[in-house]
Structure formats: structure tokens, C-alpha cells
Design a protein around this ligand. Structure first.
Ligand code: HEC
Length: 144
């Protein structure tokens, strides 16, 4: 009997500890966008004219600087599938070996995502790829 009581008390403690760990959903604007911006925006922003006067287009037609274009995806279609990290090339490409042709960002061209950032991005997709109140980043979401 004493063991049973001890066990159930222990289970109760575990349950409380478990619920205490329930976290808020990942906040796209605060937690994801900053490292997406740092690593991916240079090549995936609206068309612009570079310092030598050359017209530059977003690579693979993929613009990520606003929600609508990001959801539309690139020339191969959607790059994120809410709830399904495996079907989301935007994450999968960062997970490929660094020297793989499809790896993003291309080696040496921008900061690589850390493992922690990849996990956070995966978590965000699993939770439904919710953008919250983020709709674009005016600083980079402009043609010019
Ligand atoms: C230095 C430029 C550069 C940077 C930085 C860059 N990309 Fe790309 N990206 C490309 C090029 C070039 C292509 C087209 C060739 C290809 O498909 O591999 C591409 C294509 C893609 C595609 C395929 C889209 C489609 O529909 O075909 C995805 C997804 C992608 N990039 C994700 C990312 C992510 C995620 C990051 C940041 C972690 C990133 N890219 C950073 C150059 C870049």
C-alpha cells in the first residue's frame, strides 16, 4: 500500500512538471524571421537593381519577404507545408549536406542555420506555420 501511495504521489509530481513545460507557440516574427532574414533574404527578395545597375531577380522565383509570396513558394511550388516539415523544402534544403547542390543557403554565401534554429523552424511548421501578426518586413520587402 505504501508503495502505491508513493507511486501515485510521484506520478502526480511528474504530471505537474510536465504541464509546467507546456510552452507558447513559436512566434514567427520574433523567433524565426531574424535568422531567415540573415541567411535567406539576399537571394530571395523582390526584384531589385544592384550597385552596378544590373537587374536582379529572386532566385528560383522565391520571395520570402512577405507572407503572401512566401506562401506562394518558388518555381517548384510551395516551400512550406503547414504541419509537415518533411514536405517543406524550405527546411529540408537547410538539412541537406553542406556540399549538396540543393543545400541552402549555398555554402559560403550566407550564415548557415544552427541546429537550434533548424529545430525551431521545424517546430514552427509542426505547429501549423502560423505567421501571427507578421505580414512582411518593410525594410527588405520592396522593389527597387
Ligand atoms: C546566395 C544566394 C542564396 C541564398 C543566400 C539562399 N538561396 Fe535559396 N536558392 C538560391 C538559388 C540560386 C536557387 C535556385 C537553384 C536551386 O534550386 O538550388 C535557390 C532555390 C531555393 C529553393 C527552391 C525554390 C523552388 O521553388 O525551386 C528553396 C526552398 C530555397 N532556395 C531556400 C532557401 C533558404 C531556406 C535559404 C536560407 C537558409 C536560402 N534559400 C538562401 C540561392 C540562394
Amino acid at each position: 500500500m505504501r508503495n502505491v501511495i508513493t507511486l501515485s504521489v510521484f506520478a502526480g509530481v511528474l504530471a505537474v512538471a510536465g504541464s509546467g513545460q507546456a510552452q507558447d507557440k513559436v512566434n514567427f516574427g520574433k523567433q524565426i524571421w531574424p535568422f531567415m532574414k540573415a541567411s535567406c533574404v539576399d537571394c530571395h527578395k523582390p526584384p531589385f537593381t544592384d550597385e552596378r545597375g544590373r537587374k536582379r531577380k529572386p532566385k528560383a522565383d522565391l520571395v520570402i519577404t512577405n507572407k503572401a509570396d512566401f506562401l506562394k513558394g518558388g518555381e517548384d511550388g510551395a516551400v512550406i507545408v503547414a504541419g509537415d516539415p518533411v514536405k517543406s523544402p524550405f527546411l529540408q534544403r537547410t538539412l541537406l549536406p553542406l556540399d549538396h547542390d540543393d543545400h541552402m543557403p549555398p555554402e559560403g554565401k550566407a550564415d548557415q542555420w544552427t541546429d537550434e534554429q533548424k529545430k525551431l523552424f521545424e517546430q514552427w511548421i509542426k505547429e501549423g506555420a502560423d505567421f501571427g501578426d507578421w505580414s512582411n518586413d518593410p525594410e527588405v520587402d520592396k522593389k527597387g
